[in-house]
Design a binder for this molecule. Structure first.
Ligand SMILES: O=P(O)(O)OC[C@H]1O[C@](O)(COP(=O)(O)O)[C@@H](O)[C@@H]1O
Length: 267
């Protein structure tokens, strides 16, 4: 339902040439002269709906590649949607929780707005958000500890004992709803991660990494800056680590942090 609402709004805007959604196998071509390309995860954390845990919407916006205009529709739809994250012109998320929060960046800072239900308008409540230089929170599904590589185990063991570069004991928080875990990381600091090949580069990792960089942080797959990775498949999955630069560099210094064992988990 969320997917349909977003697609029909984008269609009626007349501004969007193509939209690639995590909920569709292929991108949907909307209009030949729309100047923009939208990639989106319409409802992230959907498994949390039944139990009223926060969920979110993630999106990224690119310019339409006019040099591809003469190609067949399927081909130009695909290539426009597979642009590298370094070409994003804007990205954002909406968090549906105790308040409805909308965070966006056009490449000049990350800014947060809160829905004022009395007027139906989003009010600028978090201008120029900056992830604190050091947080005290790590966010990961650590029931998977025994499937982790040695580097990741060592990193988490070190920071939770307060033996890392930041001499505080880190605490764990994991909503299992990426937008909520990322929003908390922007405000409180620390690192949010999913070390296995699970989250999507195009719909989730690129937009959130763009916002992280605009807030003094970084998005990484554990080795490489996310925004430098050229997507080769629309639904490509990869490990994702997000946080302030200082925490991210410390994490990456452990080298071996990507979970290669990915057996498929029931919950
Ligand atoms: O099962 P894991 O590895 O903890 O993954 C949970 C993550 O998956 C997500 O639910 C996204 O998965 P989907 O895109 O399949 O909905 C995130 O919101 C959450 O952070």
């Amino acid at each position: 339902m969320t997917n349909e609402i977003i697609l029909s709004s984008l269609q009626s805007s007349g501004k969007v040439a193509v939209v690639a959604s995590e909920e569709n196998d292929l991108p949907v071509w909307l209009c030949d002269d729309g100047p923009y390309v939208v990639v989106t995860d319409p409802l992230d954390g959907s498994r949390n709906i039944e139990v009223s845990i926060p969920t979110g919407t993630i999106f990224g916006i690119y310019d339409r590649l006019v040099e591809l205009d003469q190609l067949p529709v399927e081909e130009k739809a695909q290539l426009n949607s597979l642009q590298s994250g370094s070409r994003l012109v804007a990205a954002g998320y909406v968090l549906y929780s105790s308040a409805t929060i909308f965070c966006i960046s056009f490449g000049a800072g990350t800014h947060g707005f809160t829905l004022d239900r009395s007027t139906g308008e989003f009010v600028l409540t978090h201008p120029s958000m900056q992830i604190p230089p050091r947080g005290q929170i790590y966010s990961v599904n650590d029931a998977r500890y025994f499937d982790w590589p040695e580097g990741l185990k060592k990193y988490i063991d070190t920071i939770r004992q307060g033996k890392g570069q930041h001499p505080k004991k880190y605490s764990a928080r994991y909503v299992c709803s990426l937008v909520a875990d990322f929003h908390r990381t922007i405000i409180y600091g620390g690192v949010a991660m999913n070390p296995r090949d699970h989250l999507r580069l195009v719909y989730e990792a690129n937009p959130l990494s763009f916002l992280a960089e605009q807030a003094g942080g970084r998005g990484s797959d554990g080795k490489t800056r996310i925004l430098s990775i050229q997507p080769v498949k629309l639904h490509q999955r990869l490990p994702l680590f997000l946080g302030r630069m200082e925490d991210m560099l410390e994490l990456e210094s452990y080298g071996d942090v990507q979970q290669k064992v990915n057996p498929g988990y029931d919950v």
